[in-house]
Each structure stands twice: as structure tokens, then as C-alpha cells.
Design a protein around this ligand. Sequence first.
Ligand SMILES: *Cc1c(COP(=O)(O)O)cnc(C)c1O
Length: 428
Amino acid sequence: MRYYSTRDKECRTWALADAAFMGLAPDGGLFVPERIPQADMERVERLAEMSYADMAAYVAGLIMDDLDADMLSEAVREAYDFPIRLYGLGGGRFTLELFHGPTFAFKDFGARFMGRVAGLLNGGRELVVLAATSGDTGSAVAHGFRGVEGVRVVILYPAGKVSPLQEAQMTTIGGNISPLRIDGTFDDCQRLVKEMFGDRALRRRVRITSANSINLLRWLPQSFYYFYGWSMWHRTTGRTAPEIVVPSGNCGNLAAGMLARRMGLPVKGFVAASNANDVVPEFLRTGVYRPRPSVRTVANAMDVGAPSNFERMLWLYGGDAEAMRRDLRGYSCDDDDILALIAEQKTRFGYLSDPHSAVGFGAAEALGVDGFWLSTAHAAKFGGAIRRAAGVEPSLPPALAEALSLPGHAVDMAAEAGALREYLVAMV
Ligand SMILES: *Cc1c(COP(=O)(O)O)cnc(C)c1O
């Protein structure tokens, strides 16, 4: 299998390793597979009964068929050593909980896979993964690459602007993970990373790559859990074609679901569920796509005003926006709604939901969805919002409590390219 850019009319293709280490295609587009393999759903069901890793290894082998099957299978087993469950709240309401990984958010599914497979593709050579984060992505990437031979992860985060929990998750890992606490904003962190990628002299001395969410190695594995969720839902309900609600921001998750559907997953359709940043629901309503600056909400990982993966969604429909609108419904709500939805789940079902997943629940209720919604983060990561909404504090999972209790280590750095350059050169 080779991969090409959503923007390349000539469809020049690249090997997986090249596409993965470039991240973004040279023309600014997003990498997609050159053809869409078909999954044998009976086999998917059988493997899903065995384990998530068994099923994921099969689907991964279809879309990354150049990788050695045994190595891929081992990488998948290492990546997915945590649970995933379809939880029934009652009355035919189901949610696929994707937050039982090391950083308690669904980004672990992409980042853990990327860490292991990038390690395989890199073959133990020296490689620096450089990432700027406003909180959650950094911890997912750090845990994803933890212990991967030859790879050092350098994470830049803004001092005083991430939560204590997020900071602890990045600074207590140690080993090959090097957090830099930048005296500046998230935008400064991003600017510094961009400058390093644009610095040819530096790149001749240090092999660097990014690990952002549009990377093929983070995107493709997000299609696997749709197959698993479908299998569990089908087994539980006996029904065959669910509608799936996806709490969406940059829409990587939603686009991965659409990819799974093109691979043969029998899904009736999807719901793009967003907070006040309702670019996609608005597009579905009006037919006009109007990207704009994001606004801040309590479901902040979905605060995206110009979703990068919209390009992949359109590509999956051969550029036919009308066809996409037939398969996709939209829903959006504001912060007051989100808090009310959290409270409602607590009182009606005794279930604590984080603000992002609550948007999914809201969509499922409002649109009468026959299927399930994805839960993207653990409630304990958003204790403040839960307390405000439902008057209770979710208890911390042991791994989160432990990270908070350990001493953290980060290097303090001014928001200056010179300082970062020196640091990187000294590292290799
Ligand atoms: C990143 C994230 C989202 C949004 O996912 P996209 O793939 O960007 O649409 C939703 N919920 C949580 C908790 C996230 O971290």
C-alpha cells in the first residue's frame, strides 16, 4: 500500500515510512491510502471476540500491507494493552468508552500505535519527535513513544498554562521523554517547533519528525475501534447497522470512522457532534463550509474552528459534498447544554461523563440515535466541570493519582529558537 496527498491531482504516492515521517504532505495536503481495502466482517467479528489487539492487527494489516505481519501484530499487542468497552446506560443507550488508556483519552489509540509502528519503521536509528502541546496531545504522544528504542520525544508546553494533571502526565515519565517548560504561550511553542522544521542546517545534524494528529500513523489506527464497537454493539443488540455519534473537533476521529465504513463496516451513518464551534453541523445544515477562529468551551479539545480532517472527509466521498451530507447528521450545543447533559447523565443513569463525551450523549438523545456515541475522555480529567455540573468530584484512576504524586522533571526554557536549537544539538 502506498499513500498520497488529498491535494495532489497527479496522485504521486509515497511509502508508509516517508508519509509518516513527513507528517503533512509537501503540498500541504493530508496523506490518504491509494486504495481502500475491504474487511471481511465475519473475520472481524470472530477476532473481536478474542481481543481488541487481535482484531486491530487484522485491520491494520489490510491498510498497511507492506509491514511484516508478525511485527505489526506484536506492535499492536504492545500498543493496545488497555481495555475498551461498550457500556450500556439503559434503554438502548450505548457508548463506546475509548478512555481507558494510559492518558485517559481516546488519543491513546492513535498515539500508542504511532509510537510502536514509527519505532519499527525507524529501525532503531536516532530520531527526535518534536511536539508542541496545549496539554492533552503531549501526554498521549509521550506515553505513545515511551521506551521506543532510538527515539527521543521533546515536548514543548507553555509554563503555567496546562493543568497540573496534564503537566504531571508529561513530566513524570522520564526515560526517552524530555519535557520543555516554555516561558510563553502555546502559540510560542508551535512557532518554535515550526522554526526547527524549517531550519535545514539543524535538520542535517538532527533527524526530527512531528507526531501531530493529522499524521497517517495516528489517523489510520483510529478506524480500528469502529470495527470493534460495531462488533460489540451487534453482539449485544442483535442489530446490524448502527448510527455512530462522534464528538468532533479537528475531525480526525470522524474521518477515521468514515474510512472504516468505506472498508466495509456496515454503518448507517454518522453524527458530527460539536460544542459551540459548530463549523461542520452548520455546513450540514446550510451546505456552506465556513471555517473561522475557534471559541473557548468546557470541551476544549473540540475547540477547533477549521477542522483539518474535513479534507479527508471530502476525499472519502470523492469530493461530493452532497453525498457526504446524506450520510452525516450534525448536532451542536453550548457550555450550558454540556453541563446540563453531564448532570442529566448523573441523575438518570448514575453515570459520570466528561464534557466531550457529554456532547455525544446530547446528540444521541436529541436525534434519537439507534447506535452508540463515542466517549473520548475520562471524567476524572475534567473534575472541575463535573463538580460544577453534577456537584460531585469523580475519583481519580490510580494511574492518574500516581502521576500527580510523583516528582516531575522538566527543563525550563525561554521562548527563543536559539535555546531550543542548542538543546537539540546537544542531545544527539
Ligand atoms: C481530540 C479530542 C476530541 C476531538 O477529536 P478530533 O479527532 O480532533 O475530532 C474529542 N474529545 C477529546 C477528549 C479529545 O481529546
